[in-house]
Design a protein around this ligand. Structure first.
Ligand code: NAD
Length: 504
């Protein structure tokens, strides 16, 4: 990424450093963007703070209408956006269309459900406050900062943006330095579709330092999606101002293939889950544990399917180049480490320029980097296990816990395995499906982070719960008054004994 100095009209005559984003397939420059410094980030957050008041004041219906105008514009321009994603990230156009469609669906759900999930409601006041009315509501935090990755530059930040906006917050986004054009496009589309709340969604471009400045700019919450290493730095920066954080980090997701699984379906899903988007998917399948009974058939199916895949940048290619040049080194290291430890390459294992051949690795020890660490490439390890219990044990032994999949012919067995899988999300007899269900929360455990986007939990994530009580009438004895009689404590002890004392 080349840094340069360029006059930036938006900053008067001050000279602002810039950086270029490039097409990973051709190296052609896609766009040149300013590196926003601390002052510029703070200015954006201050503009957002003003916009947030007006945005919150529009209420659920006003916001829903404007979010609908935004999603309408994205839906009408889906091919234009997909083309930009293809050029800047490298994924096939069709995959970029799918990604945009998912984001549009989440915008629709968030706008439609915000009132039900967050709006004011009365709750039971309970025994001690029976003379009061009790109210609960979820209020916006003000300005939410979003720091995003490059692998799903529309879908991933939109998981925070849509839900934070629907909850009544303004949003300032720092897109990945590898996909700033997509970030700028999303903000420009917002300004065009929602001109009366243009500053409710802003983008600040730049590298890691710009992200760090956003952490320190006084936002109400920082939603981070990226690697665990950067996540730790983001948390440290946010700790300085006690800014709460949402962490959507990496994964090492596993698929369990049980004795009675549909092996052909499992193989098809594993190949898509592992290889689509060149394996650069946080919830991509990186490990498969197949039982003895199905292992040979599964490996044969997967290997045959993988041999039919071809990476490239043309429309017929299965997946594109690695978006970041450095990622090919990680894939090389994991493959070499697996082979050195006794693993076998069933197919693939080669890297040409930015293109990694679809790779299936067998007999890789559990201690290898290819099984332990996030590879983020079009690779899959397949390991033979005695039974599904052993598969689950190995699945859960990883520090990550983002998502995963179970293939089984038995509904009860599959649901039991899914529940006991140490992950935030599991698909049964498919892969990645939970991400396309807007009502389901999305997020991980352990090294995969904490907090949730999507669904009702995703809306609440960008709010603070507000509790209000209102006294409806006075009681003869007010327990919370220095004027209460001395006998009140005995009366209270008798009541609590009657109501709760019988429980042993
Ligand atoms: P990354 O951690 O390198 O960068 C993420 C973002 O953080 C970028 O915008 C970057 O500029 C910014 N950043 C870098 N240093 C910073 C700092 N000191 N302070 C603040 N911000 C800083 O991650 P990446 O390579 O862009 O993304 C790939 C990772 O993201 C993978 O691990 C993948 O699994 C993960 N991911 C997770 C999810 C999820 O929902 N859990 C979704 C997509 C990707």
């Amino acid at each position: 990424m080349a840094l340069a100095q360029q006059a930036d009209a938006s900053l008067g005559d001050r000279s602002t450093p810039t950086f270029a984003s490039t097409d990973p397939a051709s190296g052609a420059v896609v766009g040149v963007f300013p590196v926003r410094d601390e002052a510029a980030v703070r200015a954006a957050v201050e503009r957002a703070r003003t916009a947030a008041e007006r945005w919150a004041g529009l209420g659920f219906d006003g916001r829903r209408r404007r979010l609908a105008a935004y999603r309408g514009s994205l839906a009408r321009r889906v091919h234009e956006l997909a083309d930009l994603v293809h050029r800047e990230n490298g994924k096939p156009h069709a995959d970029a269309v799918l990604e945009t469609t998912l984001a549009v669906d989440h915008l629709a759900w968030a706008g439609a459900h915000a009132r039900t999930v967050l709006g004011p409601r009365r709750v039971s006041p309970g025994l001690l406050a029976a003379n009061h009315a009790a109210y609960l509501e979820y209020q916006p935090l003000g300005v939410v900062g979003v720091i995003g990755p490059w692998n799903y530059p529309v879908f991933t930040p939109m998981g925070s943006i849509a839900y934070a906006l629907a909850a009544g917050n303004a949003v300032v986004v720092k897109p990945s330095e590898h996909t700033p054009a997509v970030g700028e496009w999303l903000a420009a589309a917002w300004r065009a579709a929602v001109p009366d709340a243009a500053d409710a969604l802003q983008v600040v471009t730049g590298l890691g330092e710009t992200g760090a400045a956003l952490c320190r700019a006084g936002v109400g919450k920082l939603a981070f999606t990226g690697s665990a290493a950067t996540g730790r730095r983001v948390m440290a920066a946010c700790a300085e101002t006690l800014t709460p954080v949402l962490m959507e980090l990496g994964g090492k997701d596993a698929m369990i293939v049980d004795d009675d699984a549909d092996v052909a379906a499992a193989a098809d899903a594993a190949v898509w889950g592992a290889m689509s988007n060149a394996g650069q998917t946080c919830i991509g399948i990186e490990r498969v544990y197949a039982t003895e009974r199905v292992y040979d058939a599964f490996v044969a199916e997967v290997t045959a399917k993988v041999r039919g895949l071809r990476p490239g940048s043309d429309d017929a290619a299965a997946y594109g180049p690695m978006t970041m040049p450095g990622q090919t080194d990680v894939v090389r290291r994991h493959v070499a480490d697996a082979v050195a430890a006794g693993g076998r390459v069933a197919t693939g294992g080669t890297v040409e320029g930015r293109y990694v051949a679809p790779t299936v690795l067998l007999d890789v020890p559990e201690t290898s980097a290819a099984v332990r660490e996030e590879t983020f490439g079009p690779t899959l390890t397949v390991t033979r296990v005695r039974n599904a219990e052993e598969a689950l044990e190995r699945t859960n032994a990883n520090a990550h816990g983002l998502a995963g999949a179970v293939f089984s012919g038995s509904r009860a067995r599959a649901m039991d395995l899914a529940r006991r899988m140490r992950s935030g999300m599991t698909s049964v007899n498919s892969v990645l499906t939970f991400a396309s269900v807007p009502a389901l929360p999305f997020g991980g455990v352990g090294e995969s982070g904490f907090g949730r986007i999507h669904g009702a939990d995703g809306l609440r994530e960008f709010t603070r719960a507000k509790a209000i009580t209102r006294r409806r009438f006075a009681l003869p004895v007010d327990l919370m008054s220095f004027g209460r009689p001395a006998s009140a404590a005995d009366a209270l002890a008798r009541v609590v004994g009657l109501v709760h004392g019988r429980h042993r």
